[in-house]
Design a protein around this ligand. Structure first.
Ligand code: SF4
Ligand code: SF4
Ligand code: FES
Length: 249
């Protein structure tokens, strides 16, 4: 196989440039193998994250030819031959160095979400269909590729108002759990800004775990928010409840 030309971002939060490297390609190679080759032979100071090399830890996320991907799951033979391959850090997060970004904002969002809280006095029994429904959401490997591609974060930089698809997936797993007792619709509306999502499905397209983020998590959650806030009967009942709370004892 001919050598491949890589153009890799080298730099930090103050700026950088694409540097060219030539890599001999062997059958079965993935982009992460090429990055390791470069690190071993040409640029020992190239910074990149990885752990499992099996598509399970979610740490090798980057933009390959402009598309968010796990580098350990991107096969060289799936990329256009005889064209330089660009590898850049995820655009939605601040660069620390080279391909390593600061994703700590995601963990701050995560802390806003109340965890699973069981219903008191209910028998711990679940139907298989309920298990199957939430199981999809538990497949998330926190690669943050969906967060990276979502235009609300990537182009409009609404990090303060919007939680992003990864966290709608987490909330869906909790809200659709039959033994959970909390209602997170207020959090979804006010703090995670689910209304900003215009269901473009870009997040679903890049998810390496094939989670149907938009159809199975975001749309049902949006429906719950609408039911809770805009259903006229619920609206009237909420008003009555609030009036009752304000009435003198
Ligand atoms: S569907 Fe919503 S969350 Fe997903 S990328 Fe589009 S705007 Fe973002
Ligand atoms: S939902 Fe999919 S794309 Fe988003 S962080 Fe989880 S595994 Fe990655
Ligand atoms: S190295 Fe773990 S997902 Fe790629």
């Amino acid at each position: 196989m001919p050598d491949a030309i890589f153009k890799i971002f080298r730099g930090d939060r103050d700026g950088g440039e694409l540097i060219e490297y030539q890599v001999p390609i062997a059958p079965g190679m993935v982009v992460l193998d090429a990055l390791h080759y470069i690190q071993a032979n040409q640029a020992p100071d190239l910074a990149l994250r990885w752990n499992c090399k099996a598509g399970k830890c979610g740490s090798c996320s980057a933009e390959v030819n402009g598309r968010p991907r796990l580098t350990c799951k991107t096969r060289m033979d799936a990329l256009p031959p005889n064209e330089p391959i660009t590898v850049q850090p995820m655009k939605s997060f601040p660069v620390i160095r080279d391909l390593v970004t600061d994703v700590s904002w995601n963990y701050r969002v995560n802390r806003k979400i109340p965890p699973f809280t069981s219903r008191p006095g209910v028998e711990w029994k679940m139907y298989q269909r309920d298990v199957d429904r939430v199981q999809e959401f538990r497949k998330c490997i926190e690669c943050f590729l969906c967060q990276n591609v979502c235009h609300v974060l990537r182009d409009h930089e609404q990090q303060e108002q919007f939680g992003g698809p990864r966290f709608f997936v987490r909330v869906a797993g909790l809200e659709m759990h039959p033994l959970d007792s909390l209602n997170r619709t207020e959090l979804l509306k006010k703090e995670l800004g689910i209304g900003f999502c215009n269901i473009t499905k870009c997040c679903t397209e890049v998810c390496p775990e094939d989670i149907h983020i938009t159809d199975n998590a975001i749309i049902p959650l949006k429906e719950r928010v609408v039911d809770n806030y805009y259903d006229p009967v619920r609206w009237f009942l909420r008003k009555l409840r609030k009036r009752g709370e304000r009435a003198p004892a």
